[in-house]
Design a protein around this ligand. Sequence first.
Ligand code: MLT
Length: 262
Amino acid sequence: MLAKINGINLAYTDQGRGMPVVLLHAFPQSRDMWAPQVEALSKTHRIIAPDFRGFGESDAPLWHYTLDQFADDVAGLLDHLSITQAVFAGLSMGGYTLFAFYRKHAARVKGLVLADTRAQPDTEEGRAGRFAMAQTAYTKGAGAIAEIMLPKLLSPVALQTKSELVQQVRAAIEQTQISGIAGALMAMAERPDSVTLLAQIACPTLVITGELDGPTPPADGRLMAERIPGARLEIIPQAGHLSNLEQPEVFTQALQSFLKSL
Ligand code: MLT
């Protein structure tokens, strides 16, 4: 499905009926990464999964992106669908976007799932790495970004044994436009510190982290779970950064039991 939101075409999945659940994807992936969760959860819930601007089938305008803009795109999509409140799950960049969304639209958030993400901003070194990656994307293309990102997104075991999954994650990266990659890198590099926001999060929250997550390790998940009042923490064994794809059943079960508790 496509909707004109904030001047661009935003692609999204809208499947199932019931309490709306919004799924926000990682960098540099697309809403396709939520396929196992869309299939399972849409039996009981209305699942909305957008492609962020710059990714999947959404437009990828050549300009500076911000996470506030991503959050505004999500809010605009929900307005378009006449959804006032939902449960939101974001993985990594999707989680960064949820912090921006919560700052602006806390009343719309019935529950939060922060998966394989972190509240801290980039370090100086991290920002320099984003700049270098944008230059690589520009000079060498998305294939070079796949080479850099695959060992970050998937655990060593998955890289060696799950060839279909590796191919799927690689293809999503290779299909991403350079404007989207560079725009999102700028957005992530400039994201503010959300650690002080954690104590103000007042809705039920589930934090999920893959045990083997390199970019946002379990310590980042623990920090969020300790500071968000009443938050639950689920560490998924034998899962890397894209924990929802490496251990889809366990991830989905964690979501399902959180949704039931609301
Ligand atoms: C992601 O999975 O969204 C990225 O790894 C996040 C990041 O680069 O900080």
